[in-house]
Design a protein around this ligand. Sequence first.
Ligand code: AHG
Ligand code: MN
Ligand code: MN
Ligand code: MN
Length: 337
Amino acid sequence: MSTIGKTLNQFIIESQRAFPDASGDLSGLLNDIGVACKQIAHLVTRSGISGLGGYAETHNVQGEPQKQLDILSHDIFVQQLGWTGHLAAMISEEIEDVISIPTRYPRGQYLLAFDPLDGSSNLDVNVSVGSIFSILRCPDSTTQPGMKAFLQPGTAQVCAGFTVYGPATVLVLTLGNGVHGFTLDRDVGEFILTHPNLRIPQQTAEFAINMSNQRHWDSPVEKYIGECLAGADGVREKNFNLRWVASMVAEVYRILMRGGVFLYPIDERIRQQGGRLRLLYEANPMSFIVEQAGGLSSTGEQRILELMPTELHQRVPVILGSSAEVARLIRYHQKPE
Ligand code: AHG
Ligand code: MN
Ligand code: MN
Ligand code: MN
C-alpha cells in the first residue's frame, strides 16, 4: 500500500470496477485529462519565467483576445487526448468548430467539451486560473460527430471536472456519484485524493459577483445583492462578505470548500448574447459538480442542466452555489419586484 494516499488513477480504476461491463475508455480518458492538466500546471507555473503569460495578438470565436497560454493549453488538450482512442470529437473555447480526431487514430465513444484555461486574464497578476471539462457520450458511433452531437443537455454529462492552478494544483471531479478533489503532488507527479465527498454548506454569508456591472442588472439580482450589502441592518440579519476573483474555477473551488454563491447573471449589457459564461464548457460542467456536491445551479429561471443547447459557444446566465441562497435567488426571479 502506498504511503502517499490514493492516486487519481487508482480512484478511477476502482470506480470503473463498480461497472463490470465498462470498457475502460472513460478511465483512460480521465487519466489522459490528468496528464494534460499536469502539463498545463507546469506551463502556468513557469509562465513568468518563460514569458508566455502575455497576449497572442489573436482573438477567439467569441471575440476575446487570446493569451499565449490559452492557445498552448488548448493545444495540450488536443495533442494529449486526440490519439489515445477514447474520444470521438472535442470542442474548445478557443476554436469555432468541432475538432475531429485524425482518421489515423482509433475513434472512441466519448465527446469532450473544454475550457483550456479559465480566468486567463489573471495570468499576469499571478491569481488562480484553471481548466474545465465536460464528457458526453457520442450519440452516433458511425458518422463523424458534428455540432449536433454536442447539443445535449447537461443532465447527459457522464463526467465533469476542473483543475485549479493555484498555490496548489487541485483537480475536482464528478462521475455522477459525489465530488472528489485531488491535489497534485509535484514531487511524485501524481494527483492524490485529498478531498473526498465534497459537500457545499446549505447556508452562506459570502457572495461573488462583478459589482461593476450593478447598473446593468435586472431587479431580482439587484434586490438579492442589495439585501446582502445591507447585512445585519437589513432583512438578512447577518453580514455578508464579497469575493470576486474573475476566475470561475477559483470561485467554484471556494464554494466547494466553504459555501457561497456565485453569480454571472444576465444584464442589460450582455442580454443580446444570452449571458457571459459558456454553457457547454463552463456552465454545464460546473453545474453538474455543484449539484453533485449538494448545491443548486440555475439561470435564475431554469435549472442549467436541463437547458437544451442550440449552439456550441452558447452563453447563459449562471447562479450557483449554496442551495438556500440559490433557492432564494430563484424565488426572486419568479416574483420580481
Ligand atoms: P475565460 O478566461 O475562460 O474566458 O473565462 C473567464 C470568465 C470566468 O472565469 C470569470 O468568472 C469571468 O469570465 C470574469 O468575467 P469579468 O471579467 O466580466 O468579471
Ligand atoms: Mn476566454
Ligand atoms: Mn472560462
Ligand atoms: Mn478560457
